[in-house]
Design a protein around this ligand. Structure first.
Ligand code: MG
Length: 191
């Protein structure tokens, strides 16, 4: 039987070339949007760090790095907007280099990747899902730290918080999650 080629799936090298071309085309849209999300299991005795801010609590996320779901979701949103892959590609959790690393380093590195590809960041909007503790007192410090790591003004980064209403893994207090969107703008001159 003759093999049918799936026209919708490009072989990997061609997909990479196509991605590079789409980024360098002057006719590409100058504004691009990206999304990201992250979910980590919570365990006793782990540090709870969100957007680089240490939050007092008796549980924290299990992860190879510091498990900062907010930073991770934002990294993925930015990388996605610029068609630069995902956080796992740039910061593999098999690498000892990123073991217990501060995720603010990831944000700084992602900013550099976007700069090199010719993108500036317009704004970021993110939501953290966590049953306890209440995050309201920590929102402004998180926005400030994330913005500083990305060399942005605090007003360019919005962080919101939601409980899980007692439902799903977040609601049962077993997990923490974050969702993020990013808008980036392609500059004519990468730098
Ligand atoms: Mg993560």
């Amino acid at each position: 039987m003759r093999k049918r080629a799936n026209k919708n799936v490009l072989p990997a090298p061609a997909a990479v070339t196509a991605a590079k071309q789409s980024i360098s085309q002057p006719t590409s849209p100058r504004l691009r949007v990206g999304t990201g999300n992250d979910l980590h299991r919570l365990a006793d005795g782990r540090r709870l760090i969100l957007g680089g801010v240490k939050i007092p609590f008796d549980k924290g996320p299990v992860g190879h790095s510091d498990g900062d779901v907010l930073a991770h979701a934002i990294c993925d949103a930015l990388l996605g907007a610029a068609h630069l892959g995902d956080i796992g590609r740039h910061f593999p959790n098999t690498s000892p280099r990123w073991k217990d690393a501060s995720s603010l380093l990831f944000l700084r590195h992602v900013r550099q990747l976007l700069d090199a590809a010719g993108y500036s960041i317009v704004n970021i909007d993110a939501t953290v899902g966590l049953e306890r503790p209440k995050l309201a007192p920590h929102i402004a410090p998180m926005e400030k730290k994330v913005a500083a790591a990305l060399s942005l003004q605090p007003g360019q980064v919005s962080v919101k918080a939601k409980s899980g209403e007692g439902l799903d893994a977040v609601g049962r207090g077993e997990a923490i999650r974050a969702d993020a969107m990013a808008l980036v703008q392609f500059r004519s001159t990468p730098g």
